[in-house]
Design a protein around this ligand. Structure first.
Ligand code: COS
Length: 395
């Protein structure tokens, strides 16, 4: 059982400890029977339905549309992701994507769009996806090339490709970012809700990765969508994407934190039971040094993740800097913590299916998706320089 003392930090209210305990008890009782890592599509469908039935997906929708909070309680999202990730990466994935794939609708949708898409996602009856990245536009998201061309007054045609789309192939809708023809840069981008059965939308490739989950390359071939699929105003798409990532980047850090806590717990259990040189391995100073570094890294990550979540929940509407720091540090430190756990396990640590081996594969993508560590550095540096310039201008 992971250390829960962090729940008494001032970032939290009593309801957060209750929420975490509920998610934890549910995951312990249900996740093992829901997850089959050889059938990720089937597992994710079952997980989404079960998370919906248990009421946890209500955390991704506003109260008015079948959810729990005014918009988001990022601390609750982070606690759910941390806890689910502690149990299983796919359980976390299923929860997280329902949030990311509806974030732009919650942030910028009309009442009609929200009423149509959010309640079924919160009940676990529809699966959501977020389609921003392209073969030639990953970190440089404003360079995306997919076009949305007017087709009469009431329709648009999408043309282009999206890649690394989580839930690609099983989603019921995709939030797709596309630009006006001939436009350039961030200002030309708009966001659209595209139903999975839209004519001209094709799953061009299913992608297998080291920690498998539903993932695809999408192709839009004169894909015809209603003009009413637009989210927000034309040209708002890039800002909608960034505002969505401001919420969900902290939660990626939380998932990494869950993986790291699990690795630390596994390492402690191993080190205290494994005999070496006539004593428990945990008696060896070198093992103790590793455990000390791991425990400290876990707390550093937790402090940054929950600082970002708490700030977003009540202090500041925009947490670009805090979320970027939380995501960068939590994913990087989790990689280090898990690597140390593998080392403590010795040969067993790289045996397929052993928990620390699974964590070793699961953590890697988190340092890349939703803004690679390198992007987070760009974001943090810009925010730091912007703040310094504003201070200088104010005299
Ligand atoms: N919230 C709201 N608006 C934002 C914002 C945020 N967090 N970040 C930027 N914007 C706005 C800016 O204010 C700017 O608007 P104005 O022109 O009106 O001032 C506009 O968006 C463009 O911003 P910027 O000039 O910073 O855009 P860049 O192309 O330079 O952005 C980064 C660069 C690296 C920050 C961006 O491309 C990025 O985050 N890339 C990573 C994308 C990603 O996470 N991909 C993974 C996909 S999801 S798996």
């Amino acid at each position: 059982m992971a250390d829960l003392s962090f729940l008494s930090w001032p970032f939290f209210e009593p309801r957060h400890a209750e929420w975490k305990a509920r998610v934890d008890a549910w995951a312990a009782a249900n996740v093992p029977s829901l997850v089959d890592h050889h059938d990720v599509d089937g597992s994710c469908r079952k997980l989404v339905k079960a998370l919906g039935d248990a009421g946890f997906l209500k955390a991704v929708a506003p109260k008015e549309f079948g959810g729990l909070f005014e918009t988001y309680d990022v601390r609750s999202l982070c606690l759910a992701r941390e806890t689910l990730a502690y149990h299983d990466g796919l359980a976390d994935f299923a929860f997280a994507m329902q949030g990311l794939g509806t974030g732009p609708i919650t942030i910028a949708g009309t009442a009609e769009q929200k009423a149509r898409y959010l309640p079924p996602v919160a009940r676990g009856e529809r699966i959501a996806a977020f389609a921003l990245s392209e073969p030639d536009a990953g970190s440089d998201a404003a360079a995306l090339a997919t076009t949305a061309t007017p087709d009469g007054n009431a329709h648009l045609r999408l043309n282009g490709e999206k890649i690394w789309i989580s839930n690609g192939g099983i989603a019921d809708h995709y939030v797709v970012f596309a630009r006006a023809p001939e436009s350039q840069g961030a200002k030309g981008v708009s966001a659209y809700i595209v139903d999975a059965d839209a004519p001209g939308l094709e799953i061009a490739e299913r992608i297998d990765v080291i920690a498998p989950h539903p993932l695809a390359r999408l192709r839009f071939n004169d894909c015809r969508i209603p003009a009413a699929s637009l989210l927000g105003k034309p040209g708002d798409g890039f800002k909608i994407a960034m505002a969505t990532l401001d919420v969900f980047r902290s939660t990626v850090g939380a998932a990494a934190l869950g993986f790291a806590r699990r690795a630390l717990d596994e390492a402690v259990a191993r080190a205290t039971t494994r005999q070496m040189f006539g004593a428990a391995m945990s008696e060896l100073p070198l093992t103790q040094a590793s455990l000390a570094e791991m425990a400290t890294d876990v707390d550093i990550a937790a402090l940054l993740v929950y600082r970002a979540a708490w700030t977003k929940d009540g202090v500041a509407p925009r947490v670009t800097r805090e979320a970027a720091m939380a995501k960068m540090v939590a994913t990087e430190t989790a990689q280090t913590v898990i690597d140390k756990a593998v080392q403590i396990f010795g040969g067993l640590g790289v045996k397929s299916g052993v928990k620390v081996e699974t964590l070793y594969r699961e953590i890697r993508a988190l340092r890349i998706y939703e803004g690679a560590t390198d992007v987070q550095k760009i974001v943090i540096a810009r925010e730091t320089l912007k703040a310094a310039a504003a201070k200088a201008a104010a005299g």
